[in-house]
Design a protein around this ligand. Sequence first.
Ligand SMILES: C[S@@+](CC[C@H](N)C(=O)[O-])C[C@H]1O[C@@H](n2cnc3c(N)ncnc32)[C@H](O)[C@@H]1O
Length: 511
Amino acid sequence: MGHVSKTSLPAPDHATRLREALLAAAFTADGLLDLLGAPAYAALARSETVPALRATRGEAPLDTLVRLFLLQHPVASGRAAAVLPLPECVADGWLTESDGEVRASVDVRPYGGPDGQDWFIVSDLGCAVGGAGGIGSHEEGVVLGIGGASTTLAGITVRRPVATALDIGTGSGIQALHASQHATRVTATDLNPRALGFTQLTLALSGAAPADLREGSLYEPVAGETYDLIVSNPPFVISPGARLTYRDGGMAGDGLCRTLVQQTGERLNEGGYAHFLANWQHTEDEEWQDRLRSWVPHGCDAWIVQREVQDVTQYAELWLRDSGDHRTEPAEYAARYDAWLDEFEASGTKGVGFGWITLRKSVAAAAGDPSIVIEEWPHAVEQPLGPAIEAHFARQDYLREQDDAALLTGHFTLAAEVVQEQVGLPGAEDPEHVVLRQNRGMRRATKVDAVGAGFAGVCDGSLPAGRILDAIAQLMNEDPVLLRDRTPRAIRLLVEEGFLEPVPPAGRAAG
Ligand SMILES: C[S@@+](CC[C@H](N)C(=O)[O-])C[C@H]1O[C@@H](n2cnc3c(N)ncnc32)[C@H](O)[C@@H]1O
């Protein structure tokens, strides 16, 4: 594929010794925060190095490591030797030495795991942070460190013990690293062989088990194999021509994301989850929901959440800035910008949606009754969202099996940390409407009427829904038969959105 690799990567042979040295010097996420302070730490995440340089003027071991591995400053060999196993680091290629100074050959960035693990992400120099700050390199095969998209995907992934996990487009290996904590066997693929090298280093330096590394496009390297978990933060950018492997899929429009999603049906084991970040076109002749629905493979349930939509100009500008094109000649910038708009015009694209796609392989879906939820939810959520995603599918399973009569015999509890808000004019006696709001998971809010609010309020699992409705009917002077008739739809919605949780028969209190 002609991926350039200017420098060869370090050998992982003495990664354990290097890890011990890094930890001994408190080169960890917490250690960094302590040394730099929150503003300089945050600035570093924006690719701004000046505050961190000022905060590391001391001679302590941690100053040395931050300067070497995060700020790409040369350090006197003697100073480095006091902190690191220098001969091994130089021999293995982590550091290069000349004129009595050493420099890092890769970026090594502390990253705190979800259970307080001290991990490290290894990536190309100057590429640790993506996003609007610009990556500072136009080289095709560069391997980036982690950005917001990486941690979002890690957060939405369902984390339960599985036998096999697959990370497609592993880059510097963050998803494979997370998966290594709950999957017996992790396979990581990338089109860019350099990325596989970085993933190996990230895993080794983080003290994680090695992964099965395979070079190739999408599912090609794992033909015929199936997995319990599949994750991918793919090169989803919809752009004219593929210039940057880490972000440009090289298929027209959203074709790479579509192909990835469509081919997942054959690659998942029964009950297995797949999580993807993706971009999709909003075209003139199709609703975006219909477009996405057509991607869902047979045999899979799906939950697709659109987090953001940008018009074509915002989108082009975002990615032109990401690759630093705004710093080129104005005429060159204008030509590139024009090319993006040409491409969008030719494909009838008005905007681009960004979001999350979760698939789950299920028996019901295979039998022709998939649960497919496609929604827009641009509001803040509680990360990690993985547990809420797993719970969504469990509730869908439950609802699929209950008709209205069955719902009325069901027992429910109000989900944790749901509050009621009354909305209306100040001083008014009665609220105009009542809103239930979750403080966990998706942090949803939903309007309810007086019956809905009253019903949710008494749901502690002890009484069946129908009995609660009868009591409410009496209290509000309503016809209980009519109330039993019209309420199941509302209950269904409250369950679907996670405000109410069904209580399995075994868990019910006597009532
Ligand atoms: C946005 S990066 C994601 C890196 C990492 N998984 C993360 O979450 O931060 C996308 C990765 O996909 C790789 N890639 C690009 N095209 C690919 C393809 N057709 N098949 C597999 N991987 C591909 C790139 O080399 C890059 O490492």
